[in-house]
Design a protein around this ligand. Structure first.
Ligand code: CA
Length: 618
């Protein structure tokens, strides 16, 4: 009987709402005005309808009736509860029809205090298939109260759902407990009028909510697609632009622009994170901030992404000194950020260098740059190309080169950022960027370690005159080669070693575990070749193992190529005095238990953070 009453309340008394919940009772079933996508589909004629499969079917107590929206995506159904309720439990049942049980997979529950759901928080994501004609229930942990609650059907599933139940108690609640999709931060974007971003030009107004570790931040801004090649995949990369600049999560920079990298072809979801660690170990002046997150767009789950710095000029990103020496002529100098860029000709501000290398100018920005500045930048670059020994900062060039080669990045010289401060004529290289094809993920160069030469000379994508340019430094110049050996040697004992890098991979694999499961439900490509995948490894574990194998092999390959003998600084005293924890490995790389004092005599490798040392126990 109760079900029938609910049906009457939600359909007959239109415009009004009623609740049966009582504030002093936990777990009361909640009722209200049914809200949601209005137009349903009549499957019989495949035409829009307002009579069959309507939104009310989700609250009629009948497991055989279901909602089916005419819109395939961004379709939803929920309740206006009239006042805020803290939701403690939800229940659902799949549509009792063709593939109905699968169609709820990754369906998302949200709560909001605004009827447009712009400020909605996630309550739950359904991680598995449903059972026909059966309700499934879960407890809700979000402690905030909401007047509006809804179920958003997964992309392309027409919101097929047979029945929904919300339980809870009246109250505004608090933000002491917030729901995240996984252990990673959740980035939930809601756009005005549910408009989905559709290109990399038009900015869509949005509220962007980031939930991490029970911390919540909601800010206004815009969202659009971003990128070039990565834009061709069904999982789209996004750019966020906040209206006011601020930090995200624990980012060093305060900024308006941020990127959400899609990692579609990188099935480990970690290649950029790993390359950034190489950049830090090789002590590049600036390494872009990056953090794995789960992304919701208007309540639809989009997958695992990396929330990253947008590459621009500001404090804690590319920091340019934009002041002059006292002797410099103001009209003849500018600070700049450029990119050797195979796609430069599609950018608003670009030039072709004298030696035929296309260059995009990122700073000064294209709406601010003067013709004099553009000419100055072009001349500076040409001068550096002709006389790199005077005008190129070899230190950053070589460190950037080593990150590209160690990671086996096919794209290193397809796109290279370079910058110059205003106070001198030196051009620096960095930051590193874009590693989805690195770490053995490109069939055009696989297997990389079988190649005799560096990747940029063995099938790598090299733009303009860059091969000749790089050859002149790393292949032909004795001083540069000596400096590279020195940089490499120092890096080998402070991070660029198996002990640290494989440990880093292990930690990423663990951190990404929950998120990768959801990601590959949304994008079931684990057994498909996408982008330039050289091998279909068939599982997340095997994909990560491929990266591990590559790193171990590549370190030795690089040692040989550069002419380095791995010989960590020897310490003959076994009494390691330290407050910092350490791990001990034998020379075969196996982890030894206990501490140094209790080990048999012999040679060991001690790892403390990124630092490793060889010690002898006497
Ligand atoms: Ca129903």
């Amino acid at each position: 009987m109760k079900n029938v009453v609910l049906f009457l309340i939600s359909t007959v008394i239109s415009g009004l709402y009623a609740t049966t919940a009582q504030a002093d009772t936990q777990d009361s079933i909640l009722t209200g005005t049914v809200i949601g996508t209005l137009q349903s589909v009549d499957y019989g004629s495949n035409t829009p309808s307002t009579k069959v499969n309507t939104r009310e079917c989700a609250f009629d107590g009948d497991l055989n009736t279901y909602v089916a929206a005419y819109d395939r995506s961004f379709a939803w159904v929920g309740l206006d509860l009239g006042e805020p309720f803290v939701i403690t439990r939800i229940g659902w049942a799949p549509a009792n029809r063709n593939r109905g049980d699968e169609r709820i997979l990754l369906g998302v529950f949200e709560g909001s205090n605004s009827p447009d759901f712009m400020d909605a928080l996630p309550l739950y994501i359904i991680p598995e298939k449903g059972t026909y004609k059966k309700m499934t229930y879960t407890d809700v942990t979000c402690s905030k109260g909401f007047r509006y609650v809804r179920y958003v059907g997964p992309s392309d599933q027409r919101c097929n759902i047979a029945e929904l139940e919300f339980y809870g108690h009246a109250g505004e609640g608090d933000e002491s407990n917030l729901y995240r999709l996984t252990n990673l931060p959740t980035v939930s974007i809601h756009t005005e009028d549910n408009v989905e971003p559709y290109d990399n030009v038009h900015n869509i107004n949005a509220l962007i909510t980031i939930i991490s570790d029970n911390k919540l931040r909601t800010d206004s801004g815009t969202v659009r697609y971003r990128g070039n090649g990565s834009l061709n995949f069904p999982k789209k990369p996004y750019r966020i632009k906040y209206n006011k600049k601020h930090k995200v999560l624990d980012s060093p920079a305060k900024a308006k622009k941020w990127t959400l990298i899609n990692n579609y072809g990188d099935k480990t979801l970690m290649r950029n994170l790993l390359a950034n660690e190489l950049s830090r170990c090789l002590e590049m002046p600036y390494t872009p901030y990056s953090q794995s997150v789960d992304v919701l767009l208007n309540g639809e789950y989009k997958g695992n992404y990396q929330l990253c710095d947008h590459i621009d000029v500001k404090k804690n990103r590319v920091e340019l000194v934009d002041t002059l020496n006292e002797n410099q002529d103001e009209s003849l100098s500018t600070a700049f950020l450029v990119e050797v860029d195979a796609r430069a000709s599609t950018e608003p501000s670009w030039f072709m260098s004298k030696n035929g290398t296309p260059i995009t100018i990122h700073y000064p920005e294209d709406d601010e740059i003067t013709p004099e500045q553009a000419t100055y930048i072009e001349e500076s670059f040409n001068r550096m190309e002709d006389d790199w020994q005077t005008y190129l900062d070899l230190n950053t060039f070589l460190r950037h080169f080593l990150v590209g080669e160690l990671s086996g990045n096919t794209d290193t010289y397809w796109s290279v950022y370079m910058y110059k401060h205003r106070e001198n004529d030196t051009i620096y290289v960095g930051p590193v960027w874009d590693f989805d094809l690195a770490f053995e993920n490109d069939k055009r160069t696989y297997p990389i370690n079988d190649k005799k030469n560096y990747i940029y000379r063995s099938g790598g994508s090299v733009c303009g005159n860059m091969q000749v340019f790089v050859d002149n430094i790393v292949m032909r110049n004795t001083d540069a080669k000596a400096k590279m050996l020195e940089i490499w040697g120092n890096a080998r004992v402070s991070g660029i070693n198996e002990y640290h890098l494989l440990d880093f991979v292990d930690r990423l694999e663990e951190e990404l575990q929950e998120s990768q499961k959801l990601n590959f439900i949304r994008w079931p490509i684990m057994n498909e070749e996408v982008q330039q995948n050289p091998v279909v490894w068939g599982s997340y574990e095997a994909e990560v193992q491929n990266v591990r194998r590559f790193i171990s092999e590549r370190l030795l390959w690089m040692d040989q190529k550069i002419g380095y003998t791995f010989n960590p600084t020897g310490i003959t005293d076994a009494s390691l005095e330290s407050t910092q924890s350490y791990q001990i490995f034998n020379v075969s790389g196996q982890l030894c238990s206990g501490n140094l004092q209790h080990l048999p005599k012999g040679i060991y490798v001690v790892k403390q953070g990124r630092i490793i040392r060889k010690v002898q126990v006497k």
